[in-house]
Ligand binder design. Sequence first.
Ligand code: DC
Length: 221
Amino acid sequence: MSFIVGIDGPAGSGKGTVTKKISNVLGLINIDTGSTYRCVALEVLNQGVEIIDKEKIIEIAKNIKIDIEHNQEGDRVFLNGIDVSKEIRSKEVTQIVSPISSIKEVRIAMVELQRKLADGKDIIMEGRDICTYVFPNADVKIYLDASLEERATRRFKECQEKGIPMTYDEIIENIAKRDENDKHKEIGSLMVAEDSIVVDTTNLSIDEVVNKIIEIIKEKK
Ligand code: DC
C-alpha cells in the first residue's frame, strides 16, 4: 500500500523547495503537479495554439505524454520524450498556465495522469488541490501559506538565480492574478481541506518548515 503526503498552497508558499527537501530526507518520491499543467502550457505555445482555443487545448491535454524522472541531481520533466525541465519555468509559460489549468477537461486529464504517476508508490505530492481532489484520503495533509509580498519576494529571488528576466512588479501582479484564478476554478480550486494542517511560512526559514512537516509526517507514519 502506498503512503501519500499532500502539500497544497499558493504560488511562492515554499511548496517546491520544502517538498524536494522532505522527499530527500524521508525517501518519498516527489511529484510536482504544477509541472504537468506547465507542460500543457508549453505544448500550447509550441503548437502556436491561441489561448482562447479551448478545444485545441483540451485535445493537447488529452494526448500529451508527460514523464517525471527522479534522480540524485533533481527531477527532470519530459514532454513527449524531450527534457523540458527548464522551458516549463519560462515567463511565457508562467503567464498562460493559470487560465489553461482552469479548463475543466484539462484538469480531469492531468489529475488522471497525476494519480497514475503516484500509483503504488510512497510519495509527496505538491499542488493546489491534492488534499481536496487528487488524493482526498492522503495520509498526511498540509496547506502551506505566506503573505503575498513574501511570496513575490521569494519568486523574484528564484527568477534572478535562474536567470529568468521578470521584475518584482511583474511577479507580484502575476501571483495575485494566479491566486484569484486558482481560487475560482470549476473543479480543484485552491482551498484548505477540512483536515489539512495549515503552516504559515511567512516568518519561518525553509529548514524550520521542513522540520515541522517532517515531525507531522513521522507522527502519522
Ligand atoms: O505550482 P506552479 O506555479 O508550478 O503551478 C503552475 C500552475 O498550475 C498554477 O497557475 C496553478 C496550476 N496548478 C493547479 O491548478 N493545480 C495543481 N495541483 C498544481 C498547479
